[in-house]
Write a protein that binds this ligand. Structure first.
Ligand code: PEP
Ligand code: MG
Length: 540
């Protein structure tokens, strides 16, 4: 079976599927007294909230935010009002829950973008409450004594954030693309994963499978030899990763900085050389107005403190499209991914960017951190020059821009003349180069970072960087793929920025090859006609 390679590594194990969402019986039973039905529905929601609260207790960061948002949704008084109205129309508790959620699901879906993506969270709440009312198993990760391969349609956010990496050997989903919640979580936990594998729906509890998250392949009923080989290779791989530490470099000592992508104050105790992408919008999400300069200074300062004398690249606010903010973006854009997003927001709201740059400079001065700033969604050299002027006037010395629009990649030389460094955002660069919405799982094959056309754009920018003598990093998801990392280095990229769990495998992949090996590999991969051939040339 094939799907999208979503998180690298191999594993062998036995399939366990989450309980599916409960279905309401076709025949609607006669309801009990109205107040009893309302009480039952409210109690079911209450028990779901209690369960989520318990799970949220041990979590921090993004995982915690996802559950807290879900808990807030379940606590919304409008929901109970909706349930009461449905009961008054004669619906029993479980059906009333279904109807009340339907109104909110429709409203959320109509908002589009990031908010529409939260419909999954809301539908998951509804299913959990209905399961309690019908007395059927709650949908979610199965509980087993032995580790297993988790196979499902797609995982609910509440499950993905509380999944125990010690119990889950690999993840396979029949839906979802490389940028889905599931894929991002699997990568951040270092669990091999294949997503969008349509045939996975035919896998049943207890089936034995080999999952190859590097190539996007699931092998059913492997013979014992094949299974042993995979298990041994996975164990050897673990051992070889543990042998390497320290700065990123190829076997012959060519240095390639290994940096982290962070979204706030996380664990700074990671063997990495600094932060290559600090996504600041997490501080702005779920708010109706912008945080003050003082609030921003404190939040940025927390991150700077964690990284001590290591450099931190802060990306200025990237509001819009998949990360819309009510105070920054217009809500009537027909194509928000092509709208006033990222750096463009500063044309309408110059104070937002000016305040942010000032807060970053304040925090940098306070902590003595080597802070660099970069702007997202730069399209032209004139925009790059304007951003550099703003950042310098805020007192920030090391200023770069992201290259994530094909026009910027094509004119990288002009842009590099204006800035100190550039960083390739391969997630958006794929989206715009292939005209494929990055959040649509169905378009996963076009968004594959091994697409030769994407690698051509990376090469163009790296060559311009070499000519200008300025650093060219990659901070999109492509940088954390240990198969692709040597290819990017061979193309001339000078730093790779990724989530913390991706670092050891990328470090090992670079240490296993000389720079010449990387260059040869990059040439062969670029000549490939399609991503599958490109992958097989690199991975064998
Ligand atoms: C990118 O586009 O590749 C990137 C790193 O930024 P984001 O994913 O936050 O848009
Ligand atoms: Mg981007």
């Amino acid at each position: 079976m094939t799907g999208n390679p979503a998180s690298p590594g191999q594993a062998v194990g036995v399939v366990a599927r989450p309980a599916t969402a409960p279905e309401l019986p076709a025949e609607v039973p006669a309801p009990g007294p109205a107040q009893d039905e309302v009480d039952a529905a409210a109690a079911a929601l209450g028990s779901v909230v209690a369960d989520l609260t318990e799970r949220a207790a041990g979590l921090t960061g993004e995982a915690r935010d996802i559950l807290d948002t879900q808990i807030a949704m379940a606590d919304d008084p409008a929901l109970v009002d909706g349930i009461r109205a449905a009961v008054d129309r004669g619906r029993p508790a479980a059906w009333a829950v279904h109807d009340a959620f339907a109104v909110h699901l429709e409203a959320l879906a109509a908002l589009g973008g990031y908010l529409a993506e939260r419909t999954g969270d809301l539908a998951d709440l509804r299913d959990r409450a209905i399961a309690v009312l019908l007395g059927v198993p709650t949908p979610g990760i199965p509980v087993r004594d032995e580790p297993f391969v988790l196979v499902g349609v797609d995982l609910a956010p509440a499950d993905t954030v509380t999944l125990d990496p010690a119990k889950v050997l690999a993840i396979v989903t029949s839906k979802g693309g490389p940028t889905s919640h599931t894929a991002i979580l699997a990568r951040s936990l270092g669990i091999p994963a294949v997503v969008g594998c349509a045939d996975a729906d035919s896998l049943a509890d207890g089936d034995r499978v080999v999952v190859d998250g590097t190539r996007g392949v699931v092998v059913t009923s492997p013979d014992d030899d094949a299974a042993d080989r995979v298990a041994r290779a996975a164990a050897e791989r673990e051992a070889s990763l543990a042998r390497h530490s320290g700065p990123g470099a190829t076997a012959d000592g060519h240095q390639v900085k290994l940096l982290l992508n962070v979204g706030g104050a996380t664990d700074g105790d990671v063997d990495a050389e600094g932060v290559g992408l600090f996504r600041t919008e997490f501080l702005f999400l779920d708010r109706t107005d912008a945080p003050s300069r003082e609030e921003q200074r404190r939040a940025y300062g927390e991150v700077f403190r964690l990284f001590g004398d290591r450099p931190v690249v802060v990306r200025t606010l990237d509001a819009g499209a998949d990360k819309p903010l009510p105070f920054a973006n217009a809500d009537d854009e027909p194509n928000p991914a092509l709208g006033v997003r990222g750096y463009r927001v500063s044309w309408r709201k110059p104070d937002l960017l000016a305040d942010q740059l000032a807060a970053i400079a304040d925090a940098a001065a306070e902590h003595g951190t080597d802070v660099r700033v970069m702007a997202p969604m730069i399209a032209t050299a004139a925009e790059a020059r304007a951003f550099v002027a703003l950042a310098r006037s805020a007192g920030l010395g090391n200023v770069g821009v992201m290259i994530e629009i094909p026009a910027a990649a094509l004119r990288a030389a002009d842009i590099l003349a204006a800035v100190d460094f550039v960083s390739l955002g391969t997630n958006d660069l794929s989206q715009y180069a292939f005209g494929a919405d990055r959040v649509l799982g169905e378009l996963g094959a076009l968004l594959d970072p091994w697409q030769p056309a994407l690698l051509d754009l990376v090469a163009l920018v790296a060559e311009a960087g070499r000519a200008a003598g300025k650093p060219v990093g990659v901070c999109g998801e492509a940088a954390g793929d240990p198969g692709l990392a040597p290819v990017l280095v061979g193309l001339g990229v000078t730093s790779l920025s990724m989530s913390a769990p991706a670092v050891p495998a990328v470090r090992a992949a670079l240490r296993e090859r000389t720079l010449d090996d990387c260059t040869d590999l990059a040439e062969r991969v670029r000549r490939a006609p399609d991503p599958a051939t490109a992958r097989s040339r690199a991975l064998g």
